[in-house]
Design a protein around this ligand. Structure first.
Ligand code: ZN
Length: 305
């Protein structure tokens, strides 16, 4: 059987001030801050990683809180939303909890037979909660899906089906928005990608509250090398492998313009700190350790409730 991508590894977005980001994702949404490090290309900026207790692939949402980024806006050629999976039986509880915390949300609406609510994070990024039938306690169980906004979903859909091994599983149109659903075979977290086509004359702009890139999983370096080869021979300009400390990464632009990454599952977030204490201390790659004092001096303090 040909190899397939199991699902999302992580989603990376741009935020404003980091404390509000921590309060929202670690506080309200009860995600674990599994890594606090810096942007490896800009070490005066945090790189914050949220996930489940172990920081499993498919649960990871990461942020660059750029101090001087203006507000962005999603548009064609950008990822426009990420959705967390609400375990079976937990959906009403989440709506109640948000109401109690006086957090506004839109919906619920029905999407492919599942209830969906949408809330805004402190920078206006749309965070969707999707009712699923996964049996996994009451915490949000990593990602359900990501939504990509495409002028023409066709070429992106073909990349997902012909190369990644996804299947088209649904098609809906409502309020001028056409939504095509694709899913990886199997039941890994974040197996779903929705492609929307909208006639709105909107132009996207990268900035706070927008998604920077979407990363899919490779089981290990050898599998990642196979994906790299396959993408290159299909004419997708794919980068060399970057060492991202917690995974290895390759990047390419999908035909509609969204930046895609393929990231390896290993080594994971316990590679440089005890699994019981993930995210508590600032972790730096070796090349920045000598600059730790200076880096710590420019990063704002963070408090995880
Ligand atoms: Zn990434």
């Amino acid at each position: 059987m040909p190899r397939t991508i199991p699902g999302l590894h992580h989603v990376t977005a741009i935020s404003g001030p980091p404390q509000a980001n921590v309060d929202f994702y670690a506080g309200l949404l009860k995600q674990r801050l599994v890594k606090r490090t810096v942007n490896f290309d800009d070490p005066g900026t945090y790189h914050l990683y949220y996930g489940n207790q172990t920081g499993a692939p498919g649960t990871i949402l990461t942020f660059f809180p750029f101090a001087d980024a203006g507000p962005g806006r999603a548009g064609p050629g950008m990822a426009s939303a990420y959705a967390y999976a609400v375990p079976k039986g937990g959906f009403d509880e989440w709506m109640l909890r948000l109401a109690e915390e006086v957090v506004d949300f839109a919906g619920p609406v029905d999407r492919f037979g599942q209830r969906v609510i949408t809330l805004s994070d402190p920078d206006g990024a749309p965070v969707e909660l999707v009712e699923t039938d996964r049996e996994s306690g009451d915490a949000l169980d990593g990602f359900h899906s990501v939504t990509l906004w495409e002028r023409d979903p066709g070429p992106t859909a073909r990349l997902l089906t012909d190369i990644f091994g996804y299947e088209q599983v649904g098609h809906e149109a409502a309020d001028g928005v056409e939504r095509l659903r694709l899913a990886a075979p199997g039941d890994a977290r974040g197996a779903v990608v929705d492609l929307i086509r909208s006639d709105a004359p909107s132009i996207g702009r990268q900035g706070t509250g927008t998604i920077h890139h979407v990363a899919f999983r490779a089981e290990d370096d050898a599998v990642q090398a196979e994906w790299r080869e396959k993408l290159a021979s299909a004419g997708h300009g794919v980068t060399p492998v970057f060492d991202r400390q917690y995974f290895n990464a390759i990047y390419f632009r999908e035909p509609g313009g969204v930046l895609f990454e393929i990231a390896t599952d290993p080594p994971g977030f316990a590679v440089d700190e005890d699994a019981a204490h993930l995210g508590e201390a600032l972790k730096l790659p070796a090349k920045y350790e000598a600059l730790r004092d200076r880096i710590e001096a420019v990063l704002p303090p963070l408090k995880v409730a």
